[in-house]
Design a protein. Sequence first.
Length: 438
Amino acid sequence: MMARLLKKLKKIWERKGNYYDVIVGSGGTVALRAIKVGSKFLVSILLARTLGTEEYGVYRYVISWMTMLAMVGKAGIPQLATREVSKASKSSNWGYLKGFIKWSTISVIMLSLVASLAYVLVFYSARSIFEGRKLLVVPIVGLTLTALLGLKQGVIRGTKYVLGAQIPRSVIFPVSFLLCTYIASIHLDLSSEIVITVYVSCLLLSLIFIILIQGYTIGGRRRNQKSIYNIYSWLKSSVPFFLSSIGNKINKEVPIIILGSFIGAKEAGLFAISRKGASVIKLVLMSVNMPVGPIFSRLYVSKKVEELQKVVTKSARLIFCTSLPIFILLIAFGSYFLSLFGSEYVDGYSILVVLSLGQLFNSSMGSVGILLNMTNLEKYTAYGVIISSLLNTLLCFMLVPYFEGLGAAVSVSISILVWNIALTYFCFKNLNINATFV
């Protein structure tokens, strides 16, 4: 009975277009991200209370550098992978798919080794934070694992296995990190070095899982195929994706790096916890982005512009209407939320408010970045992100020395506003599509 009902509902949605895929994909993604956010929330409380603001700040400072340099290792290839794998799968061009996966894997490993050299320079220059701490080798391994994990996730997303692509990063990693950290806190005196070692070990476990998932989804299709390469085209297309991804990561991690470098690890830790609260608003946007990307690509290739506009509008409304109540709850109960991490974190309430305003505006503009990326207009995404990341960095250098964490929050929110306005303009100009919920 239930199975027949679900089939009928699916037929209804399919007659309307791709909304069924959006709702189901978003619903599954929300469920997975709820596990991820819940696990990260619990581990953040555990670490914030166990390590204290300064040691927690050191942990966040190292992770910020590690994840930002991993973007150099990825070089925009995971986003390119989603598009190229989707195209190859649709045309059953398995030789092309095999060649792309080989090239992308080797490229990510080589670029991660180059990024490791940059981390070595950071390690020996920021002695006030790293002095007395063994934090050189493990983060280098971690940034390589992060880059490979992102690549494999992008490949699997291109095969329409949206939920399967998210399981290692949204379930395996956060849950294992929570459990291992909790066990370590019982038997050991936790420090930033121990926590980062546990973090990287859980990344390795997640990478093993996602390699197995990739083998299940597309391994057999390319086994007996001759590899076909289009390296020049891949390199050319990956540049805008790389600029966009590194710009996004700069917007996320530079405030913590600047706070840690100029103010201290304690203020960096305070900002990191406040940002966790504001990031809950972004949960809906990220959940919808996962399934709509391939849908945008298919509709654009099929030249179904009107259908594309309908999917864009409905997904944007879904994002905003779900994000608004979360924003209201954060503003009303923000102090209580921060107190869960420890009484010293309540001072970050003003930071939480400013960051939440920025994220609400971000949600109101819909999946504009994904729309540009999936319609061969990724260069415009890169333009917007580069402008906002440069603005964010400049504002952080100007405001952080005087206003500390609040200055960083203002910088981030202004850059989000500029970024979204620029991308919405590029989208309307080139596609004649309104990406907002209006």
